[in-house]
Design a protein around this ligand. Structure first.
Ligand code: IVH
Length: 714
């Protein structure tokens, strides 16, 4: 097979060697097309053929992450701009909103409308008010109640076809519910991500050693524009419906009435939307929303007012790109200038040295800000390890005047430096090369495969580093891991400082040692007999926590929650897991490990490194003496779906997607997000689209929900 390419082999069936050859071919081919596309030559392939190449490249990279090439098309700058989704022309353009910045602007907006409609200045005028969600707008088309397409705003006239990705968002129904559904309706609204989902996702990315995202809006946009809808499905995106495009008939004659119909059809609509007939009360509502803003759990950047009466909207019409009947009342920009007083270095759980800006306190959007994230060494220096300037890098110096921005709950960022105010004597910041917590060398690792230097400098001290040890303990007791009630970051800090807990095993001997000790916990600052007893009980309660929680809690690099679950399911018991982990130098054991779905060389070598370290093994074994982890529920091997790969698609009516997945996994099946040659069974609810088609092409067995329940004997 030497000079034959492997381009006909489905991604799921490629061997590692074949994948390597394919990635090389794709890199070259895509580069050639890019050059022709940007140069004067006519493109050699159609947009969809080009897209297919990129999608295949990405799919292979997802399966074989260790094979990602230095010159991979997915790494190339301009990649996002280059990638082309299919285009959808909006049947009704997606417009933008004019802005109001003051209460006066809002009064003028209402007066303008009255003048245009020739209403007297004191005649009643109903306006709706609702939060302006800081996400990205999406137009979803339904024909006969079924979702047929979804498009981003794009330039307002032509957007990108993100239909498959939109189908994975649970706030967006695949089939409209209720009666009186128009034959054609385009429901429009905002895709967004909650603060919690954003921080959880970033934590997961960090655990898996992947780059983190900057803010919820960019993350939502990036997640919706994924080439693989299985990735979008893993991102908890949400959607509020607030507007419409083409409709064959409208279910109400007011703005609020139509939005109410959206809710009945199965959409989420914003609970803060209200109708007002007095501008002063409307403005009071704006200020009330502004007050509530920080507690909403998602980012908003203003309040949108719309004329409630649709007949009046029609009369008012549009001025250029804006409707005359709506306006966005923006919140004051959450930006401010302040002084960079210092740069602190925090040491994380895996030894990462993270610079944090200490700022002269300044009020931004009603909150006093004293620090800002500085990401990493290169960001602070403004140059990469290769000496080249980096995008967004700042060359920040202590004493600089910096502009900071606060967005929602997210930690503030530095946007700009005022170079004119810089002290001539200031010096570039010298990033420490020793760990500030333990003095060990701090190094930037070079990836053996790519030859690239890591952007993160890490302390090499491991568990002798107190900062790493504390962070490690905090991780072990945190929510995704053991989740010990009453043992949070603050308590861990205190216990580490007073010597009660030095490592994971100590947590579980706390009660026993306390009983023998003269310095009892109940007498310590901030504790009493009830809280101490409660804590000991909470610790006892997690001795039998699920096995994956212990594995995840070990805080091994690249082992996130999902990987921990994969490991628990693979080995089935803590004993078997331990046995394998201690023998990862044995090639048989090691290759069994990387054969596990979802585990590649990166995870396997991180495990080998962790368990190869004497000190880790010692803490691990002492921990295991104290606990009795619960193995994963045994999957029945005699079920009709054991060992099969199943895909669920369309809207399921008798179970949620999560329930369906859990049920199938309990029965020993593997659940996948996309249909391929490896799929054994597709369970399709109403509204199933391309996956059903693909399954038919591949001859994959397909069942509806009833058929599924029959098959599994329920
Ligand atoms: S109404 C024709 N309502 O703001 C009017 N827009 O600056 C259509 N947005 O592109 C828009 N929340 O992405 C409307 N409650 C809301 C909104 C909202 C966020 C976004 C939308 C639009 C942009 C205009």
């Amino acid at each position: 097979m030497t000079d034959k390419s492997f381009s006909d082999i489905p991604v799921d069936d490629l061997s590692r060697e074949q994948a390597e050859v394919e990635l090389a071919r794709l890199a070259l081919e895509i580069e050639t097309h890019d050059a022709r596309y940007h140069g004067e030559d006519a493109p050699l392939v159609s947009d969809s053929e080009y897209d297919a190449l990129r999608r295949r490249n990405l799919a292979i990279e997802q399966r074989f992450q260790e094979l990602i090439r230095e010159d991979s098309p997915s790494r190339r700058v301009g990649y996002v701009a280059l990638y082309k989704f299919d285009k959808i022309t909006h049947s009704v353009p997606m417009l933008s909103l004019d802005n109001a910045f003051s209460d006066g602007d809002v009064r003028e907006f209402a007066n303008r409308i009255r003048r245009f409609l020739k209403l007297s200045p004191d005649s009643p005028l109903e306006l709706t008010a609702e939060p302006k969600i800081d996400g990205l707008s999406l137009s979803i088309r339904y024909e006969n109640g079924k979702l047929v397409s979804a498009a981003t705003r794009g330039d307002g006239t032509v957007g990108e076809d993100v239909t498959e990705n939109a189908r994975t968002i649970s706030d967006i129904p695949n089939v409209l519910g209720g009666d009186n559904i128009p034959n054609v309706v385009e429901v429009r609204g905002e895709v967004y991500m909650t603060h919690k989902a954003f921080t959880d996702l970033n934590k997961r990315m960090e655990d898996e050693g992947k780059p983190t995202y900057v803010n919820p809006r960019n993350t939502a946009a990036g997640s919706l524009r994924q080439l693989d809808s299985a990735i979008t499905a893993q991102r908890p995106l949400k959607f509020f419906a607030y507007a419409w495009g083409e409709v064959s008939y409208l279910p109400a004659d007011t703005q609020i009435g139509v939005v109410e119909a959206f809710r009945i059809w199965g959409f989420e609509t914003n609970p803060l939307m209200k109708v007002f007939s007095d501008v002063s009360v409307l403005i009071a509502h704006y200020h009330a929303i502004e007050e509530e803003r920080a507690g909403l759990g998602y980012d908003i950047d203003g309040v949108v007012y719309k004329v409630n009466d649709l007949a009046l909207q029609e009369r008012l019409g549009f001025v250029s790109r804006f409707p005359r009947w709506a306006i966005a009342h923006k919140f004051p920009a959450e930006k401010a200038w302040t002084i960079l007083n210092g740069i602190d270095i925090q040491v994380g759980r895996t030894g990462a040295l993270t610079p944090v800006a200490r700022l002269e306190p300044v009020t931004v959007g009603g909150v006093v800000v004293t620090n800002a994230t500085l990401h990493n060494e290169d960001y602070v220096r403004g140059i990469g390890n290769n000496g080249e300037p980096i995008r967004d890098g700042k060359d920040l110096r202590i004493g600089d005047h910096v502009m900071i921005q606060r967005a929602g709950d997210v930690i503030p960022q530095i946007l700009d430096v005022d170079l004119e105010k810089r002290e001539p004597s200031s010096k570039p910041y010298q990033f420490p090369v020793r760990c500030p917590a333990c003095g060990s060398h701090a190094v930037r690792e070079v990836n053996a495969k790519t030859g690239k230097t890591d952007s993160v400098r890490r302390c090499t001290g491991g568990l002798i580093c107190p900062a790493q040890a504390i962070e490690q303990l905090k991780h072990l007791v945190s929510r995704g891991a053991l989740d010990i009630d009453g043992l949070g970051d603050k308590q861990v800090d205190g216990f580490y400082r007073d010597g009660r807990i030095a490592d994971a095993a100590d947590i579980f001997t706390l009660r026993e040692r306390d009983e023998r000790s003269l310095k009892k916990l109940k007498d310590a600052d901030g504790w009493g007999s009830t809280s101490a007893a409660k804590l000991f009980d909470a610790i006892d309660a997690v001795r039998s926590a699920d096995m994956y929680r212990f594995i995840y809690g070990l805080g091994i690099r690249h082992v996130g929650e999902q990987t921990a679950k994969d490991l628990a399911r693979t080995y089935g018991s803590m004993e078997a897991f331990t046995e394998a982990m201690k023998n990862l130098d044995d090639m048989m054991v090691y290759s069994d490990l990387i054969a596990v779905d979802g585990i590649g060389e990166t995870v396997a070598s991180a495990l080998r490194e962790f368990f190869g370290e004497e000190r880790n093994l010692d803490v691990y074994e002492r921990l295991l003496e104290q606990v009795d982890p619960t193995p994963p529920e045994q999957t029945s091997s005699d079920s009709p779906v054991a060992g099969k790969t199943i895909v669920f698609t369309g809207s399921l009516e008798q179970m949620t997607r999560d329930e369906a997945k859990a049920m199938a996994e309990r029965l020993g099946a593997k659940v996948s997000g996309s249909v391929s040659a490896k799929t054994d069974l597709l369970v399709a609810g109403p509204g199933a689209g391309s996956k059903l088609k693909r399954a038919a092409e591949l001859g994959v067995d397909t069942l509806d929900e009833d058929g599924w329940f029959k098959l599994i004997g329920r």
